[in-house]
Design a protein around this ligand. Structure first.
Ligand SMILES: Nc1ncnc2c1ncn2[C@@H]1O[C@H](COP(=O)(O)OP(=O)(O)O)[C@@H](O)[C@H]1O
Ligand SMILES: [Mg+2]
Length: 296
């Protein structure tokens, strides 16, 4: 198939009265995209719609100009998917599981062997390939899930919270793996952890209550709040006044004092310290109702 372009066009999914995905539109060409949003934002639903597992209420997904519904099996062949909740076969060994998945995907035996050996190596599971999955830790299962999603060398790779359960070392490896894999491919990964995608994704899409609210590179997004992030140390008695006056991103209280990170177009207090804006600031700002109460 020539080209590699995925178009999401006013995609909407309702569950009864609940709008899980709300007129979501975006164009994806090869690259790594980070779909960022708090729990319940609609990330999993959006991904299931993109994978054609769930029918949309309205709107459509087009791959190279064709509606998914007209592509059928051809679309599945170019798609790799790691669901958020991935059901494994506990009594299969890692290797057997991958062979089984390869068969389901119609990959011939020789190709499968080469690919499986490579992937086991990439996700550091070669040593335990003969071990049963039920003996694996969360991180090991997650790595196996990532490997199965990549089996068919898909043109589109959809990973739902792929870094959940990975330790910092595994996260770093995953990052390298993706940057090697993503050439000429569309990779969309979801997370609610900003630091997970800040360095992996070329493009960030922030989703809130089913809607795409912001989109851009990390630099573009961060520049929206450049020179507006401040930190100030204040007595906790003054907190409510500050919260009334400024957009508070975060509060860290210690004893009678609190360090408040806030947005202000000009220096808010004599002792306020200017901070370098981070994607995390923008994210907390977007979702600030919950973040503020959580940290107080
Ligand atoms: N099968 C379902 N039936 C009813 N509501 C659902 C279903 N799946 C998800 N939802 C609701 O849709 C919203 C989006 O959920 P989800 O897509 O899982 O978000 P996220 O992956 O960002 O946490 C949530 O409010 C969730 O409760
Ligand atoms: Mg989810």
């Amino acid at each position: 198939m020539k080209g590699n372009e995925l178009v999401i066009d006013r995609l909407t999914k309702n569950y009864g009265n609940k709008i899980a995905v709300d007129r979501f539109s975006a164009v994806f060409t090869p690259g790594v995209y980070g779909l960022l949003g708090s729990n319940g934002a609609g990330k999993t639903t959006l991904m299931r719609l993109i994978c054609d597992i769930l029918p949309p209420t309205s709107g459509e997904v087009r791959y190279n100009g064709k509606d998914l519904r007209s592509l059928g099996e051809n679309y599945r062949e170019i798609l790799g998917y790691l669901p958020q909740k991935f059901g494994f076969y506990p009594n299969f060994t890692a290797e057997k599981f991958l062979y089984y998945m390869a068969t389901l995907k119609g990959i011939d035996k020789n190709t499968a062997k080469k690919r499986i050996d490579e992937l086991l190596e990439t996700v550091s599971l070669t040593d335990v390939k003969k071990h049963k999955i039920k003996t694996f830790s969360g991180g090991m299962k997650q790595r196996l899930g990532i490997a199965q999603a990549m089996l068919s060398e898909p043109k589109i790779l959809i990973l739902d919270e792929p870094t959940a359960g990975l330790d910092p070392k595994e996260r770093a490896k995953f990052r390298n793996l993706l940057s090697l894999f993503s050439k000429d491919r569309i990779v969309i990964l979801s997370t609610h952890i900003v630091s997970d995608i800040e360095f992996i994704a070329d493009n960030i899409l922030i989703m809130k209550k089913g809607e795409l609210i912001l989109r851009g590179t990390v630099d573009e997004l961060v520049s929206k709040i450049k020179d507006s992030v401040w930190e100030v140390n204040v007595p906790i008695n003054n907190l409510s006044e500050i919260e009334g006056k400024y957009t508070v991103i975060n509060i860290n209280s210690e004893g009678d004092f609190a360090v408040v990170r806030l947005l202000a177009s000009e220096k808010p207090f004599e002792n306020a310290k200017a901070c370098t804006a981070r994607l995390e600031d923008l994210y907390l700002y977007c979702f600030n109702e919950s973040s503020v109460t959580e940290n107080v």
